[in-house]
Design a protein. Structure first.
Length: 133
């Protein structure tokens, strides 16, 4: 199933359109790779998708287990390598303490989050460091 269409806009910029919703995302090459850095880069989206996917999996787990889930923010850090140029490490810090989960619940949620589809796709390819605060 085709899920998106991507068009090159020139000047190292693309526009991706999600076909079901018609939502669009602009990407721009990062400054350290000849771009203007005025939007997410494609590798930024990969790193950010990890956090978004984990949050979604947390939400699904909480719904299925009648766990209150109202607060979650994340900060994403992406470290690039050279030769070849690729994502070497993604660090994600999740801020979940406002949910007031006990340690047993938090440990179960962390396990679920680390098994999100994006994480599984990236494992053995990219070093991933998670923190839950």
């Amino acid at each position: 199933m085709i899920i998106s269409e991507v068009s090159y806009l020139g000047n190292l910029r693309t526009e991706a359109k999600h076909l079901k919703s018609n939502d669009t995302i602009i990407t721009d090459a990062p400054v350290d790779n000849n771009g203007k850095g005025q939007a997410f880069s494609p590798t930024d989206l990969v790193a950010t998708s990890l956090a978004s996917c984990a949050m979604t999996i947390i939400g699904i787990y909480c719904e299925k287990n009648d766990i209150k889930f109202e607060h979650c923010d994340a900060k994403v850090e992406k470290l690039m390598g050279n030769n070849p140029r690729k994502i070497e490490q993604i660090n994600v810090t999740f801020y979940v303490s406002k949910n007031e989960w006990d340690s047993d619940t938090l440990n179960k949620i962390i396990k679920e989050a680390k098994a999100c589809p994006v994480s599984i796709t990236l494992e053995n390819q990219v070093q991933i460091d998670y923190k839950f605060l």
